[in-house]
Design a protein around this ligand. Structure first.
Ligand code: ADP
Ligand code: ASP
Ligand code: MG
Length: 400
């Protein structure tokens, strides 16, 4: 059986761990598996590389940054291949480029455009274990690119799609939980989750899977397994939704820290104003998330939205432009908030989730500042000091 496996940063964090993975791969090979193995950079290597760039300049050239960041994964592929060779097993390491991963889009956030898997197929046919550097590819200009943080998941699922096989993501937790087990130790493991819910959870703070990896899995029908490295404990399958799943109203809770809530007050309520505001925000590159508006007495409008706090500079730039274009706009002080989101496809058929959350918040005395919903999620901006209480109370209320 052919399979793509991915081992994350913590799982390949030491030489000892790399050797142990090699040993397991040898065993799997003996059982007749055709293996393509995608690996991340060892431990916190990518952070360390970023910090090195940061010690030279606050605005590194993105092409050069990609060259630097792609180094981490190359260390791991070489070491893992050497470890396999030591066991007397044929293996070969390939960079993203050598594995035929072609990307498009801007440096440091490139997207996989296509994969030419001829080379991988050739080495598999020769009976080799193929070790591929995650998180990287090559663009139209022939330059090395990276896929955004956590991008090795995407490399693995994309390779599985092009090789027409399943994908196993091995990490430092037993699978996908209703809540990040680091934030709520009593969280329950999920046996099976739909692509839609996992996409929503990933984009709402559950960093265990990169959102684009799940998107690709859905698009190409790649079954994805998420489990702990070198553990027999059953993990989580990400699959097409099925009827059993809809019985559970809420599947998971996502936490996004460090968001800024901005309110523009008493705006003149015209479509042009609103459109100018969002144009300015869009052109500055601010990732706007939760949006709401309220009418104020006398016909004016208050407009609120959130964005990540590492975009404060971009936000300020956009607000300056808005002030220039619309005249003096009253901006309410930015506050730092945490976003708590509940996700579940069952929400489509079971009303009353919001009501239950409001009740929990009332009982716990938790204030929220913004609410938004999608078809399968509902998100609340709350004060970070209330985060732990909110997570615990909601996890208990929804049995997560
Ligand atoms: P890797 O380096 O293997 O890619 P990541 O750090 O990217 O690992 O992802 C694993 C981490 O995701 C876990 O250690 C866990 O704290 C975090 N996480 C966040 N939300 C969840 C969740 N709902 N279920 C499981 N893990 C989660
Ligand atoms: N090494 C990269 C990162 O730390 C990619 C990955 O681990 O998925 O973001
Ligand atoms: Mg990851």
């Amino acid at each position: 059986m052919r399979i793509v496996q991915k081992y994350g940063g913590t799982s390949v964090g030491t030489i000892e761990k790399i050797k142990n993975i090699a040993e397991s791969l040898v065993e799997q090979k003996k059982q007749g598996r055709e293996l393509v193995v995608v690996v991340s950079a060892m431990g916190k290597t990518t952070d360390a590389l970023l910090a090195k760039a940061g010690s030279i300049t606050s605005k590194p050239n993105k092409r050069e940054l990609d060259r630097l960041l792609s180094v981490g994964e190359q260390e791991t592929i070489a070491l893992l291949t050497m470890a396999l060779n030591e066991f007397g097993v044929g293996a070969i390491s390939l960079t993203g480029y050598q594995a035929g991963i072609e990307t498009t889009g801007i440096h440091t956030k490139s997207k996989i455009k296509s994969i030419d898997s001829k080379k991988v197929e050739k080495y598999l046919a020769e009976g080799k274990i193929v070790i591929v550097a995650g998180f990287q590819g090559i663009n139209e200009a022939g330059d090395i690119t990276t896929l955004g943080r956590g991008g090795s998941d995407t490399s693995a699922v994309a390779l599985a799609a092009s090789l027409n096989c399943e994908c196993e993501i091995y990490t430092d937790v037993d699978g996908i939980y209703g809540v990040d087990p680091r934030a709520y130790s009593k969280a329950k493991k999920i046996d099976e989750i739909s692509y839609e819910e996992m996409m929503e959870m990933s984009s709402l703070g559950a960093g265990v899977m990169e959102v684009r990896a799940v998107e690709l899995g859905k698009k190409y029908g790649v079954p994805i397994y998420v489990g702990r490295t070198l553990s027999d404990k059953r993990g989580t399958m990400i699959v097409e939704r099925n009827l059993d799943m809809e019985e559970k109203v809420i599947t998971g809770l996502g936490i996004t820290d460090n968001i800024i809530l901005t309110t523009l007050k008493s705006l003149e309520n015209t479509p042009e104003n609103i459109s100018d505001i969002f144009e300015a925000l869009g052109e500055a590159g601010v990732n706007i998330d939760m949006i709401s508006q309220t009418l104020v007495e006398g016909g004016g409008l208050n407009l609120s939205f959130t964005c990540p706090d590492n975009e404060l500079n971009l936000l300020e730039e956009a607000l300056d432009r808005i002030r220039r274009e619309l005249g003096e706009v009253q901006v309410e002080e930015h506050n730092h908030f945490t976003k708590i989101s509940l996700v579940g496809i069952g929400m489509m058929s079971h009303p009353g989730v919001a009501g239950k959350v409001f009740k929990v918040f009332a009982r716990e005395g938790i204030r929220f500042y913004q609410v938004t919903t999608s078809e399968i999620s509902i998100s609340y901006a709350i004060d970070p000091k209330d985060k732990e209480r909110a997570v615990h109370a909601l996890a208990e209320a929804f049995n997560l």
